[in-house]
Design a protein around this ligand. Sequence first.
Ligand code: PGA
Length: 246
Amino acid sequence: MIATRLHPDKQSAAQAIAREIAELIELRSKSGKSTVLGLATGSTPLPLYAELIRLHREEKRSFRSVITFNLDEYEGLGPTHPQSYRRFMEEHLFRHLDIPAANIHIPDGLSKQTERNCADYEASIRAAGGIDLQVLGIGRTGHIGFNEPPSAADSRTRRVQLDEVTRRDNSVFFGDVTEVPHGALTMGVGTILEARRIELLAFGEAKADIIRRAIQEAPSPGCPATWLQRHAACTFHLDAAAAKSL
Ligand code: PGA
């Protein structure tokens, strides 16, 4: 069952989710527990990350007890590559917060032992106690993370081939589509579904059709986001444009 929450704009959505994350961290750290966050990249979570940074700077919220796992990384891009997700996260979130460096996990795009590294990534999530709250975007192909169609409900962290629609959509960050890698490493749908709570964000008219499909189509590998219907605590945070086909 997917819950939907309509927000007046993306800033309001960002404020609501940032507040929820801050409260979760505070509650858990009161009993000495860390908080495990699953994090996403792309344009959609940027207002959320800006709001988390504001909470840290202005409201003195600490993120020292946070452990993070990013959803995905481009294959072949190292941490210093301007378009790598490691670099994206450093710039837009990590260097502004006090999360200990050892608590930050992002799949290694340069890994030569992909299968082993993907299995290790899964093991690290389990060792951390599982993901408490997963932040998600959605691609126009229905991907969550980089789980392009077809992706099974029980897929795990692995190497995937990017859809050409995704490569074109993401070429805005690279300047030219030929620069966008063809492969990526991503948490699987099964990995994502194990998060205790999922907050998906989608804004703008370009997402309206895929939001309708994710909520209304029967779950299938052809639209990986439909698997979220099987999650017990998944909320789609939308603006009016993204919700217009519901
Ligand atoms: P976007 O990407 O935030 O840049 O639209 C979302 C996604 O591909 O998951």
